[in-house]
Write a protein that binds this ligand. Sequence first.
Ligand code: 6R9
Length: 572
Amino acid sequence: MGTQRIPAAQGVYNLQDYDKTRQTFDWQEAEKHFSWAETGQVNMAYEAIDRHAETFRKNKVALYYRDESRKETYTFEEMKELSNKAGNVLKTYGGVNKGDRVFIFMPRSPELYFSILGAIKLGAIVGPLFEAFMEGAVKDRLEDSEAKVLVTTPDLVHRVPVDELPALKAIFLVGENIEETGPFINFNKKMKEADKHLEIEWVDREDGLILHYTSGSTGRPKGVLHVHNAMIQHYQTARWVLDLQEDDIYWCTADPGWVTGTSYGIFGPWLTGTSNVITGGRFKPENWYQAIEDYGVTVWYSAPTAFRMLMGAGDELVEKYDLSSLRHILSVGEPLNPEVIRWGMKVFGKRIHDTWWMTETGAIVVANYPCMEIKPGSMGKAIPGVEVAIVDDRGNILPPNRMGNLAIKKGWPAMMREIWKNPQKYDSYFLPGGWYVSGDSAFMDEEGYVWFQGRIDDVIMTSGERVGPFEVESKLLEHPAVAEAGVIGKPDPVRGEIIKAFVALMEDYEPSEELKEDIRQFVKTGLAAHAAPREIEFRDKLPKTRSGKIMRRVLKSWELGLPAGDLSTMED
Ligand code: 6R9
């Protein structure tokens, strides 16, 4: 895998010289953009919106929004006023104060963004939830966080067990024909009456900003708390990695229920004063290409599953649209298969830049930059200002090309500050020497490129060989019959584990024993004999999270007939 390289992209980029910046960069350079440099205090929503409304960007479009029934545009000035109004509504009728948890449970809409920004202006901690969560998932999160206020819709509110949530004081409903009884308040009506001026709550950079619940392989979902200080890394990575520049039209396809949809769907783009496209509604390849064409999207941040689905929709479809505005494409969330990068080069004529980070890291940590060669299959290099290494289980740094724990030196700006009400869990992430252990296994080559191998729990030991499931899945995807693949280690008395692949087939293919054998041979000759799956099982669909990650622990539970654990983040 390691030999192929795609040359650096041609153009003028915010990050021109990776090595030099790595040697000289200091986070204080990024800090001076924000108000704490002068006043010692800050507020994310002010820095993302109001600050621009006081400059030449006042009438620049901040938000392009559309879904099946709405198409709207808001300038920075309008976003400032509407988030002020939302802040007033939450304060007056919800009694929201600094530090209170305000949860947002609704499909994407402009009101979702006004509410998030309004809550942040009050110094509240925002908890965004995927609209697809069912009652149990909603309850777990509102209960654990002791949310005081919820913003939701009449369609979703029946999934909120109001009587079982004593901390919940007010529920704002966004929609039409709302009856204001008990804790229920008509959000849109109150917005119309609200004052467009708001006293911003200036906070300390270490004060709470956002609480993202994320599921581990076991146990209940945990609340990952980020603070306002994260903004300097959101800002700096939006410049270096997303390469956002003044005239860009940027589209991040992620929902705010996922950290990508807040760090890079809200904070990164708006901290840099960029015009931000947000679309609601369901995924449809036609609509996605149409959005790029209609808005003239220049920078596009999405995920491998989405790219694979677009790939599956065929190259002819791409040709029906004018996508010439695109200048920079990025991916996050799971391994970006070399096959997908090759497809991107073919149909868009552009490189897809992989980025790696986690809910816990708060912002991008490893990335491919436009000024750098891409080695397909690698996630790129650490961002300047952050130290990344491969360490063993005791925190010793491993030499190049050795598989181990992908780790980050404690203290990067966007690092999570707390696991909500669970300090032991928080401490368990760190090894001696101050290494944060990501739970991912990877190796780093001599040039500093990081190669993802799988979650630590997912790495397979077969006949003494360590096999990263990602490598096998990537090879499987290159087979013309394979649409999706998930690979696990299946316990085996002789070999320790054997490799088992779950495969969803492309539409024109029928399952058969011959096809299994053909796929097996394909991996054997293309990758390695020991990496070829001994068992292949065809399935119509593979279990995935809403952010597109194949849930290998669900595959494992199918295989072993065991309970699958927390499934609240699984797609429908
Ligand atoms: C932002 C986000 C984090 C986990 C992470 C890793 C996987 C993310 C990846 C990737 C391979 C990449 N992951 N980016 N794996 N290549 N470029 O995804 O956060 O939902 O918390 O997931 O996702 O396993 O540890 P989160």
